[in-house]
Design a protein around this ligand. Structure first.
Ligand SMILES: [Zn+2]
Length: 196
């Protein structure tokens, strides 16, 4: 069923966004009593087991955002030095599927990861040195810096915070989940403009 593909946004007890989970994982957390509270909108009603005494079936109501008591000690969200792993899907999403050289929007199959300072010139493979580029622009730039290639970057690359990274990983982010995540983005996050 289509609706079962919707993802649930899991947060810690303080409401810090942690990750996306499927309905089965959400049901497990409810079952284990790890859900502290839930917010957002109602997504699913899941049927649990039948109580032997009453013959009644238990129901689990799953919301779009659930806060869990289980504490992570990975430093998610709270560690200002947290650096999310770099991947092409997250990078393309950060840049809104727009080539940061020609400014056109492309399907992800037409996009590539460009190293602003090429690896061959000592550039690193990190968020701050990579941008989304269409294959044509990337081929044209080749092993040169933008200055050497006479190309201008349309935006400055940034390292996503954990909350921004959670958004970048979302498959189909619902509007209430979006609002919730945006409230955790840094005030100056470029994503505020890119998402409106
Ligand atoms: Zn381009």
């Amino acid at each position: 069923m289509e609706i079962y593909r919707l993802q649930v946004l899991r947060t810690d007890a303080s409401g810090m966004p942690l990750e996306w989970i499927g309905y089965q994982e959400a049901a497990k957390l409810y079952h284990l009593g790890e859900v502290a509270y839930s917010c957002g909108t109602h997504l699913y009603t899941l049927h649990g087991g039948i109580n032997a005494k009453t013959g009644c079936r238990s129901l689990i109501e799953v919301n779009s955002i659930i806060a869990t008591q289980h504490h992570h000690n990975k430093g998610y969200g709270v560690d200002p030095n947290y650096v999310p792993p770099l991947s092409n899907p997250a990078l393309f999403r950060r840049d809104n599927n727009i080539c940061l050289y020609c400014g056109q929007r492309f399907h992800h199959t037409e996009l590539s990861r460009d190293h602003i300072t090429p690896i061959s010139r000592g550039g690193i493979d990190a968020w701050s040195n990579v941008v989304t580029a269409c294959k044509r622009c990337n081929n044209h730039k080749a092993g040169r810096t933008p200055e050497q290639a006479g190309m201008q970057l349309l935006a400055i690359p940034f390292v996503p915070t954990h909350a921004e990274y959670v958004y970048l990983q979302g498959r189909r982010v619902l509007s209430d989940q979006m609002e919730f995540l945006k409230a955790h983005f840094p005030r100056k996050s470029p994503l505020h403009q890119r998402l409106c």
